[in-house]
Ligand binder design. Sequence first.
Ligand SMILES: C[S@@+](CC[C@H](N)C(=O)[O-])C[C@H]1O[C@@H](n2cnc3c(N)ncnc32)[C@H](O)[C@@H]1O
Length: 221
Amino acid sequence: MIQRNIVKAKTFINDSVSRVRGTDASSVKSSNQSLPGWIVFAKEVIRNPKTMGTACESSPRLAKAIADFISVDNKSGCVVELGSGTGRVTEALLQHGIAPENLISVELSTAFADFLKHKFPQVRIVNGDAFHLTDLLGQDSNRVNTIVCGLPFRTLPHMQVHGIVKQIDDLISNNNGIYIQFTYDLSGSSPFLPHHFKRIDHKIIWRNIPPARINVYRSEK
Ligand SMILES: C[S@@+](CC[C@H](N)C(=O)[O-])C[C@H]1O[C@@H](n2cnc3c(N)ncnc32)[C@H](O)[C@@H]1O
């Protein structure tokens, strides 16, 4: 039954790709750059459901609410976004006033990273695993003042989540920054975060599929 639904979804997406491109999808090996974000997103959901954690891109309302938590006063600090997908949150961060040179996106999927590079040529897009965050950021790790995380912690392996959280903790604690996490768990629990992460704000966004909760933390280490 599940198998049949996956096949149906693949057929639907391939048909949509063909319609958008006006060509036979099976013969198309080129990039996703000419496709709408939702199709690129859906293709990744089918390919890697566990690293995606959801079937839909974030709504513009959720993306804007996340960006609204960030002060744009600090001109030299940088914002790191983990798991940018097709860039819904990235776009909102730029519209909010974060300068492109102060925004870094870390994305595991090569298909998404290529899509993002094309869509936001001025933003540093890093195609890599947030498990190696500090190494991936290099020199920029010293100026991180905000981390926005859209990673699906509930579906990733626990070992990997703990490794990623350790990196986030080091960066946020060393730079006295804030950590913004959005999640589909509306309860407000944060089982993977260390105790010295104190929640300083939160908001629930109902107009998202599924509804999401934004939690904002500061390290009290
Ligand atoms: C729930 S989607 C969020 C996409 C996008 N931020 C949005 O709001 O529409 C999760 C994203 O995290 C990425 N991801 C999953 N594991 C990752 C990892 N270890 N390092 C970096 N990105 C990862 C996935 O490829 C996917 O783009």
